[in-house]
Ligand binder design. Sequence first.
Ligand SMILES: O=P(O)(O)OC[C@H]1O[C@](O)(COP(=O)(O)O)[C@@H](O)[C@@H]1O
Ligand SMILES: [Mg+2]
Ligand SMILES: [Mg+2]
Length: 337
Amino acid sequence: MTRRISLTQYLIEQQRQHGHIPQELRLLIEVVARACKRIAISVNKGALGDVLGTAGSENVQGEVQKKLDIIANEVLIEANEWGGHLAAMASEEMEGIYLVPNRFPQGEYLLMFDPLDGSSNIDVNVSIGTIFSVLKKPEGSKGVSEDDFLQPGSAQAAAGYCVYGPQTTLVLTVGDGVAMFTLDREQGSFVLTQEDVKIPEDTKEFAINMSNMRHWDAPVKRYIDECLAGEEGPRGKNFNMRWIASMVADVHRILTRGGVFMYPWDKREPNKAGKLRLMYEANPMAFLVEQAGGAATNARERIMDLKPTKLHERVAVVLGSKNEVERVTRYHLEQAQ
Ligand SMILES: O=P(O)(O)OC[C@H]1O[C@](O)(COP(=O)(O)O)[C@@H](O)[C@@H]1O
Ligand SMILES: [Mg+2]
Ligand SMILES: [Mg+2]
């Protein structure tokens, strides 16, 4: 049975007993968790809080911003800027990096986030979330620049997400496995509800937006065709399909019961590597998935080995149950030969 300890207690254990995290990182994660609680309150108010609908603006990627995209971004910035643990932040919703103002103490860490993931699901009351990733500022670098953020995912000090669904659940890794914390609304605290999360190596469930099928590359089509062929096909088993269109919710399902998630490159916009963002979505999710025994590639290479070239870089994503991710990746590599 999982020990019912709070996020704070869990992090203190990680700091004291296992020596995995310095105090600064522990405090930073606690601030992010507090911000997620505030975002959860706004999400739960819905129409009563006037938080639904569009804000009438666009972000740097030309996507229409929802009111909650902006609220969640502001909550994360306000909560984190005065804590003293950070040097700068970067967000899917902001064009450049956000330097911690001089009037606040300066820290060593860099925080990246997708403040509100699954924006298209806000107004229809389907699970959405916040994704975050923590890097250490490179040693010796004076001030902070965008270049300091361009570190591979393997350099992440911590990563996680909070899913706002029927329950509000925070999922975290500091490089020592994956732990899940459920928000106890009466107590106002996140309580450990699962430790040592593991993704089964095999699965019979895939997640992909099937409406893009005609635009897929041949290896993706081959993989999905084989799944759809079921017991009579080469895989010899029937597959189920799920697509929530909130990456947090799809990844949460995979961490809970296995599966493979794919947002591959496709022919709609051939010059874009994919739809999802490397720094705010793919890297933190890849860190979590690998820490749970799964795998994450861009269909050819390990996501966490990729060296980012820009803040808002996009990437193809295949992640989840190890054997399925390896299969999809192998199909792509065979095609390249
Ligand atoms: O609508 P599509 O093309 O299926 O895309 C769904 C994907 O887009 C995303 O919503 C992108 O996230 P944002 O809402 O943060 O832009 C992912 O969470 C999800 O996996
Ligand atoms: Mg997103
Ligand atoms: Mg978003």
